[in-house]
Design a protein around this ligand. Structure first.
Ligand SMILES: Nc1ncnc2c1ncn2[C@@H]1O[C@H](COP(=O)(O)OP(=O)(O)OP(=O)(O)O)[C@@H](O)[C@H]1O
Length: 289
């Protein structure tokens, strides 16, 4: 070990977290306030971190910085111990298999001219995977998200919003990623479809030790999936802890307001929804065992 190795580096060499964001700052203009201001968090292997905050608090910007879609002003992003803060285009391409994303809009995220098989198989085609291997992998991921193999020959317009989001998840999974950034991945779906897709994400995580950065503005949705939660306000972390801590005993008034502003304002309805999702989570865990 060189004389320049720091204690931090040694710790990382033993067990690097899946993702480590350190003192991240992102600005959209030189003279504007940072959209993300000194944000730090880690995600362990197979862990789901929920990122919550009101509109404009910087959630999407953090996801985009991790995916290399916006430049980082300062701070560091480490993926499995590797510094990817200033990764080159070639380094980003090499990361594409391990680090994937699912975005909000299931209608605009698929090219209407591509079949589902083409859309899902695209990352493998780019990587030079043979046609035969591609087809069997497409069938396997369609099965994993609960869609029949015949869906591969069909077009996006033939699917509902919930089915399209399953297709987007299949496309994220096809490369066997270790981390998926889900940015408002269920927000555009109706309640029962949300529950189905959340349940799917939970069962995929149990099966393959997948980590998620789960970005949402709805606390009830985050509560269902996340083991830990980071609360953002105006680009800064105002609270973080385990889901039980943040939801059960929020320290900040801002967090309580966020919880009260859930899209389901009726407390009885919220309680029913939580119960349904708890039951779904329990059944997902049983299925995975
Ligand atoms: N492309 C951009 N150019 C300039 N400013 C931007 C851009 N994208 C986001 N911002 C600003 O950065 C801040 C954080 O936005 P961001 O989209 O990350 O927040 P968010 O928490 O994801 O919001 P929402 O829940 O509405 O998606 C906001 O003030 C927003 O106006």
């Amino acid at each position: 070990m060189s004389a320049h190795t720091t204690t931090e580096d040694r710790t990382a060499a033993i067990a690097p977290p899946l993702l480590e964001v350190r003192n991240l700052v992102v600005r959209y203009g030189k003279n504007t306030a940072p959209a993300v201001d000194d944000v730090s968090f880690t995600i362990g292997q197979g862990e789901t971190l929920g990122l919550i905050g009101e509109s404009g608090s910087g959630k999407t910007t953090i996801g985009r910085a991790i995916l290399g879609l916006v430049p980082v002003a300062s701070g560091r992003i480490l993926f499995q111990g590797r510094d990817i803060t200033q990764a080159s285009a070639a380094q980003r391409r090499a990361l594409r298999g391990e680090l994937r994303a699912v975005f909000q809009d299931p209608y605009s995220s698929l090219d209407p001219r591509q079949t589902i098989g083409q859309a899902i198989g695209e990352p493998l085609r780019v990587a030079g995977t043979s046609r035969g291997d591609r087809l069997s992998r497409i069938t396997a991921v369609l099965d994993a998200v609960g869609l029949p193999a015949a869906s591969a020959a069909r077009y996006p317009r033939e699917f509902s919003g919930g089915q399209r989001q399953r297709i987007a998840i299949a496309r994220a999974l096809i490369t066997d990623p270790v981390l998926v950034v889900c940015d408002e991945a269920v927000s555009a779906l109706d309640l029962s479809t949300q529950a189905q897709v959340l349940n799917l994400l939970a069962s995929l995580r149990e099966r393959s030790e997948l980590g998620y950065l789960f970005i949402a503005h709805d606390m009830a949705v985050v509560e269902f999936l996340a083991q830990r939660i980071v609360v953002l306000n105006r680009g800064r972390v105002v609270e973080e802890g385990t889901t039980a801590e943040v939801v059960g005993n929020p320290k900040e008034h801002y967090t309580r307001v966020l919880m009260a502003a859930s899209p389901v304002p009726d407390p009885d309805e919220q309680a029913r929804r939580r119960e349904t999702w708890r039951a779904l989570r329990a059944s997902a865990a049983t299925d995975a065992a």
